[in-house]
Design a protein around this ligand. Sequence first.
Ligand code: ADP
Length: 407
Amino acid sequence: MKILVLNCGSSSVKFALIEAGGGDERIVARGLLEPVGSIKGTASCELPGGDRHVRTVALPDHNHAIRAALELLVEPDVGVIGDWQEIEAVGHRMVHGGDRFHEPVLMTREVAAAIAECAILAPLHNPHNLSGYFASLSLLPQAAHVAVFDTAFHQSMPPRAYTYALPHELCARYRVRRYGFHGTSHRWMAERYAELEGRPVSELRLITCHLGNGCSMCAIEGGRSVDTSMGMTPLEGLVMGTRSGDVDAAAILQLMQWEGLTPERMDILLNKSSGLYGISGISNDMRTLLEHAARGDERAELAIEVFCYRIRKYLGAYWAVLNGAEAVIFTGGIGENAPEVRARVCRGLDALGIRLDEERNRAAVGREMDLSAQGARTRVWVIPTNEELLIAREAFRALREGGRKTA
Ligand code: ADP
């Protein structure tokens, strides 16, 4: 079955065409349309062999952007499909499903309305995700449309993990609580680890680390998320590329007063000017920071240290939450490709049975691998993630389980 995966943001549309079925997915093409909102944008598409096709197109809105993606896919030069009709399903990445969605769902009018209601929790994401859905529904009415939520996997968290210690009625009124994100990625790490170990996921206690531009960790018991580091929004928890992660809320209030910052300006400061970039003043890119730190740059070094220390603190916390774990798993651009970061995170954790094999850690760049030293009690793995493949897999699963109806 050919599934088109769409990730629609405010100024771009990422897409991937995936041949899916029975856990054996294959990327046929992937691409990017940007900037949406421009009359002179770029549509690009890359094939697995490395062939890249780029066109200049008008991208005034999501409808034109998705149409441009489909036109590119049927171009004889690109040649991946003959006709749009071949696309049987569309998997939509939806950022926030609130407490309403525990799993991927077939899109209907009611589902779209419920996602729109969650927009108050993710005003920068859900409206664009939905606009992409309506655009693709009009272009591909024959396809089944499935929403796959970043938040769904974490809906299994117990109240003690998702409740903020703020006035309870106020939180209930505005649905303020921890939701968590990167759910498809955390779920994939747990399921893949179980597959690699040949054991049911229901028997396992795992700590998963998704370290990309956005970073989050998850405590997983029996295949279910029991705690995660991101909160009501993706700002909380670990240090990220440009997001602060945990900060004393009182410090934020003081800064707003001292600098005369509006909530909108503070939001930008916390989400776009903080994290690795904020500490180092150099870059949000871990590669660049590792290079600067190796040349003796103190701010780059500090940024990496704060980043790794925060992960270690969460690791300790989740160790207590789970009463021990049998594996720690890394994924994401940093988790998969930065042995130095993994080494710093895992150093001095012998008490938890964590010891890396240095050679294996160095060799594990962008590939699935067990990094643990021989005899170490706790496994440490790299399990690469691929968001588009996972969305296609979850969409396929939802269709198989839920029948094939469209809105
Ligand atoms: P996103 O969250 O946007 O999907 P990625 O998962 O691609 O981001 O992760 C991006 C991060 O991964 C950047 O900080 C980048 O520097 C880092 N990264 C990618 N390759 C390497 C590498 N070889 N060494 C260190 N960091 C890397």
